[in-house]
Design a protein around this ligand. Structure first.
Ligand SMILES: [Zn+2]
Length: 234
């Protein structure tokens, strides 16, 4: 598994046990609320804000009614709150600073070969339809005096993915954050993803992937270095 850190797991929030636990005894607050849940294999942290839950929920209810649903029927009663929490989870990257995450985990090291973290799970939302796109990211860099804790690379991918995105910008933002903080000899990022806005609406054949890449430094200047990276992620 490419996820060495408990923070980087992306799990479908299970709201079945959360009936009301976002409200109980909590005053409305602008800060994030945190509910930690322990399970056998992982720890998950969810951050919800009562004001956002209420506001998003009310609008989700309006959407339900607008598509012709009966928002008061039993199966939909909790849906606005669940959707409101799901969207807060899926957009939590706005509140996180990727550069700070990297800065905290820098180490001085003379290693100057390529470091590659491949097959990182990516789950994001396209900003045009707010529908999921998901796939794999491969991130490599060639250090120049300092390296970063390996678990931070999937975390950076998560921070940018948990925002409304286009795949091209997501790819560049990951590259730029690593380039800016580590100042390495080069960074290469490839993302291959499946876009639900295309698959579900029949624009794209099921299973076809959109591939984006973004490189800097040695990966841009030296074709052999870039080819080595491309070979390693095949
Ligand atoms: Zn879309």
């Amino acid at each position: 598994m490419p996820y060495p850190s408990e923070h980087s797991s992306i799990l479908h929030p299970d709201f079945s046990t959360s009936g009301g636990d976002g409200q109980q005894g909590r005053a409305p607050s602008v800060g994030n609320l945190s509910a930690e849940k322990s399970h056998a294999g992982y720890r998950r942290e969810d951050h919800y804000d009562d004001i956002s839950t209420d506001l998003i929920g009310r609008n989700v209810k309006r959407i339900l009614e607008s598509v012709g649903e009966d928002a008061e029927r039993e199966g939909l009663l909790q849906t606005p709150e669940r959707v409101a929490k799901a969207y807060q989870f899926l957009t939590q990257g706005y509140a996180q600073d990727p550069r700070a995450i990297l800065t905290k985990a820098l180490f001085r090291e003379d290693y100057n070969e390529m470091i590659l973290v491949k097959d990182i799970d990516v789950f994001s939302l396209c900003e045009h339809h707010m529908l999921p796109f998901f796939g794999k990211a491969h991130v490599a860099y060639i250090p120049d005096g300092q390296i970063v804790g390996l678990s931070k690379i999937p975390r950076i991918v998560d921070v940018f993915a948990r925002r409304l995105q286009v795949q091209e910008r997501l790819t560049m933002q990951i590259r730029d954050a690593i380039q800016d903080v580590l100042n390495p000899k080069g960074v290469a990022v490839v993302i291959e993803a499946n876009h639900m806005c295309m698959v579900m609406r029949g624009v794209q054949k099921q299973g076809s992937l959109t591939s984006t890449s973004s490189v800097s430094g040695a990966f841009m200047e030296n074709p052999a270095t870039r080819e080595e990276f491309m070979r390693m992620i095949r």
